[in-house]
Design a protein around this ligand. Structure first.
Ligand SMILES: Nc1nc2c(c(=O)[nH]1)N[C@H]1C(S)=C(S)[C@@H](COP(=O)(O)OP(=O)(O)OC[C@H]3O[C@@H](n4cnc5c(=O)[nH]c(N)nc54)[C@H](O)[C@@H]3O)O[C@H]1N2
Ligand SMILES: Nc1nc2c(c(=O)[nH]1)N[C@H]1C(S)=C(S)[C@@H](COP(=O)(O)OP(=O)(O)OC[C@H]3O[C@@H](n4cnc5c(=O)[nH]c(N)nc54)[C@H](O)[C@@H]3O)O[C@H]1N2
Ligand code: SF4
Ligand SMILES: [Mo]
Length: 755
């Protein structure tokens, strides 16, 4: 084909939760040219720098192309799919028979852009009787979810595009994005004298540089800063009393706590001038709209769940809900969390929030002789041996399992510990979708079609899960035959047949994704059988948000499903009106329940709580895992994709560098309670004394075309600890690791100390 013959094909970037629409010029299986997709309803042509180099994900010699089995001597043998599926299914059956299904833990289910495959895992796990799950959300968002569940029973998102004041708490959207068209929106805010930005961050980030109010807290002191902000709102009578009376319960108890907050003292403890705290609070209280985004800077730091609660005071007390530019509950196409109360893990009794147990307790749930310990794991699209606290201990725990199966595109740190590794087709070789659909009033869903056939030897996850299910043999083909026939006739026939069949045979309802894949899947257009599960989700969306789905132009669930199949650049699936926010509150009275007694007690206890968790042995706070221009979790392993920051520099303040005798570009030794690592130093005026930062996504190994292995930069979780976690949610304090930093001793063997 000549260059002119090749068509630009729509898909999405897979490197962060935004999943910006892109169009790709595919040349012989490579993503030759990439542009933003102007037809994508959320991103509208926007991308950041990272999307343009996605070919480093698609094409590299670390791709897996055959199922593999680990042999007794630790080497891997390539095996065929039938053998792999049969042995894995038998292996899990054995675990169930000997120890019970609940000794099998499922981890992952999707990275930043691929949640479709994970949607099928539930059927297999249910068939095994396995209920425990975890993934990366349980190392960041479960604390916020626990707070949200009590306040209004749903997730919120700020409408930054229209907000008069945007507040970013431990969030650097210039680098980490996370909402549509982030840099365009940030530039618009910065340019408009009528709008303001408040940033709470110890670092002078690119976002903080644009802020009107940069509350440059001391690391780990956000609770005091946020309590002081809420204190100003209450003490200066800046709350929206009409809103509180009409839409919020439990206000008096909350008011009583913030009335007593010593604002000057708490501001000072957090390292921010009281005048600045007051000015920011007044600005937030006297505008038409405020939107707030909290992220890892508080979610992975001390008092994280408390901070999730406190920052929500900024928009709730000021009534910035259910209006343009405010904070919103939104529709969801597929829930990221399970509904229901907090369960407990079998060994340590850790909280299971939204169906997810804390990533940080997994090692303790394995490395024990407790009879209910986890004996087996399935890891799908995740790399816990690298991404969860204390990689050394995590690897030991994974090594103890009787059965570990990893489904990935690459031979990851986790895959190298597995008994079986199953190679997935890449996200450009199969139908895929993200369930990060979090916007309001317009919410979008994008089913991406494959750009090319799967790499030979690989399979899309929906097919992998279906084969595992078939091997278990729990659903007879005769049970599925009528549905399969109906699907071939018409969508209407399928719908009718589905209602009767599943009504008569509730067992099928329990393994629904499998049933849909086996029956509706074959009737879908070529390459889209993996989209079958979306049929069920589309019906559910149409039932849950009938008006909003109709406003988006879809008459019913089937119409929505068809629009999703046809819309190559994504579709808007709900259009809400601002008033709808109230109906989206899960509580029966449709009011926000503001009082969370335990967290109010914690707010009171701040008065006597210690500031600072460093010691003379570990005097510096290390933020282990900052988002930078060329980080994308562990999704791209090839270091050549980075055009700068090749080593993932350790950023330290001018003052600390001087005191420690470290020069720009020199090597530093970092020691924490858990491990040691060496990094290249970057002296940065953005850092405050006593605070240092390492990027995320580095330290993954990669084999170059010449066969040499490399792992540039520091694997951040060589330095973190499993016990260093939040009391409510068990989420890790990765941004707040006490560390010692010193020049690399002259005689140390190079690289010998890397963790
Ligand atoms: N480039 C890039 N973008 C990404 C990703 C990526 O890997 N690379 N990953 C995506 C994912 S999975 C996520 S979850 C998001 C995360 O997005 P962010 O949360 O924005 O990312 P981080 O850089 O980890 O942390 C945010 C900020 O927390 C600050 N911080 C550190 N300690 C404290 C503290 O004590 N208090 C406060 N207030 N702030 C503190 C840091 O200085 C940093 O600016 O990014 C997404 N976007
Ligand atoms: N110290 C420290 N640790 C952290 C963080 C931090 O800031 N500091 N951040 C945490 C956060 S917020 C997150 S979200 C996690 C992320 O950590 P993980 O949940 O482990 O996810 P990723 O690193 O994104 O890894 C995604 C995996 O999916 C694989 N993959 C890519 N495409 C496909 C596909 O189509 N199919 C399959 N089956 N696999 C595929 C990739 O090869 C990769 O191995 O890290 C967490 N860990
Ligand atoms: S990394 Fe995120 S913001 Fe950047 S292009 Fe990809 S999806 Fe969009
Ligand atoms: Mo994340």
């Amino acid at each position: 084909m000549t260059d002119h013959d090749r068509a630009w094909q729509p898909t999405a970037c897979i490197l962060c939760e935004c999943n910006c629409g892109i169009v790709v010029d595919v040349d012989d299986r490579s993503l030759a040219r990439i542009r933003g997709d102007k037809s994508h309803p959320a991103s509208r042509g926007y991308t950041c720098n990272k999307a343009l180099r996605l070919d480093h994900y698609q094409n590299n010699r670390n791709r897996l192309a055959s199922p593999m089995r680990r042999e007794a001597d630790g080497t891997y043998t390539e095996i065929d799919w039938d053998t792999a599926i049969a042995e894995i299914a038998a292996g899990f059956r054995g675990i169930v028979d000997t120890h019970g299904g609940d000794t099998i833990l499922y981890y992952g289910g999707g990275g930043q852009g691929n949640h479709l495959g994970g949607a099928y895992s539930g059927a297999f796990l249910k068939a095994l009787g396995s209920h425990y799950r975890s993934n990366a959300l349980a190392q960041e968002k479960t604390g916020e979810h626990w707070v949200d569940a009590q306040l209004y029973g749903n997730h919120t998102r700020g409408e930054f595009e229209h907000a008069e004041v945007s507040v970013f708490v431990g969030k650097n959207p210039w680098m980490s994005q996370s909402f549509p068209r982030a840099r365009v929106v940030l530039n618009d805010i910065a340019k408009d004298p009528a709008r303001s930005m408040v940033v709470i961050d110890p670092v002078v980030t690119d976002t903080a540089k644009m802020a009107d109010f940069h509350l440059r807290v001391r690391p780990g002191t956000d609770a005091w800063c946020l309590a002081a902000l809420a204190g100003v709102l209450v003490q200066e009578n800046l709350c929206d009393e009409t809103f509180l009376t009409e839409h919020v319960t439990g206000v008096d108890a909350v008011r009583a706590v913030f009335a007593e907050v010593p604002v000057d003292d708490y501001a000072q403890r957090s390292g921010v001038s009281a005048d600045l705290v007051r000015a920011a609070a007044r600005r937030i209280a006297t505008v038409t709209s405020v939107a707030v985004f909290e992220d890892l800077g508080v979610q992975q730091a001390p008092n994280s769940t408390l901070c999730s609660y406190l920052n929500k005071m900024l928009w709730i007390l000021t009534g910035n809900f259910a209006k343009r530019g405010g904070q919103h509950l939104h529709s969801s196409f597929a829930p990221l969390f399970r509904a229901g109360g907090v369960g407990r893990t079998p060994v340590t009794g850790a909280p299971v929030i939204g169906g997810l147990l804390p990533s940080n307790v997994i090692v303790e749930e394995i490395l024990t002789d407790h009879p209910d310990r986890f004996r087996a794991m399935i890891v799908e699209s995740s790399n816990p041996a690298h991404s969860v606290a204390d990689s050394g201990m995590m690897r030991r725990a994974l090594g103890e399992l009787e059965l570990l199966v990893v489904i990935d595109v690459a031979m990851t740190e986790t895959a190298r510990l597995a008994h079986y590794v199953l190679p997935a087709a890449s996200q450009f070789e199969k139908a895929e979708a993200t369930f990060f659909n979090l916007e309001f009033p317009h919410n979008t869903f994008h089913l991406r079609h494959r750009l090319m056939e799967p790499l030979p030897g690989t399979l899309p996850e929906p097919e992998i899960w279906a084969r595992l299910m078939r091997a278990l043999g729990v659903v007879g083909d005769a049970e599925l035959a009528p549905l399969r026939a109906a699907a071939q006739r018409s969508r209407a026939d399928f719908t009718a047949a589905f209602l009767t069949t599943v009504g008569e045979n509730p067992g099928l309802g329990k393994v629904l994704p499998f049933v849909l894949y086996e029956t509706l899947g074959p009737a879908l257009p070529e390459g889209l059988s993996g989209a079958a599960a979306l049929w069920g989700l589309a019906q559910k969306a149409a039932m849950t948000y009938p008006e909003a789905v109709r406003r988006a132009g879809h008459a019913d669930g089937n119409a929505l499903f068809d629009a999703i199949l046809a819309g190559r650049s994504g579709v808007t699936f709900t259009v809400h009106e601002y008033e709808d926010d109230f109906a989206l509150i899960a509580h029966e009275d449709r009011k926000i329940a503001l009082e969370i007694p335990a967290l109010l007690a914690d707010t009171r206890a701040l008065a006597a709580a210690p500031i600072g968790l460093t010691s003379s042995e570990f005097p510096i706070v290390l933020s282990a895992g900052e988002r930078r221009a060329f980080t994308a979790n562990d999704i791209i392993r090839d270091p050549a994709w980075r055009t700068r920051d090749a080593d993932g520099a350790l950023r330290i303040s001018v003052e600390d560098a001087r005191e420690l005798g470290l020069a720009d570009g020199s090597r530093a030794l970092i020691t924490t309670a858990t491990g040691r690592a060496e990094a290249t130093v970057e002296i940065s005026a953005a850092m405050q004394p006593g605070h240092a930062s390492l990027p995320n996504g580095y330290g993954v190994d990669f084999v170059d075309d010449d066969g040499s292995a490399r792992a540039p930069g520091v694997a951040p979780n060589a330095l973190t600890s499993v016990g260093w976690r939040d009391a409510y949610a068990g989420t890790p304090w990765h941004k707040h690791v006490p560390a010692r930093i010193e020049p690399v001793p002259a005689l140390a063997a190079p690289g010998a100390s890397r963790g």
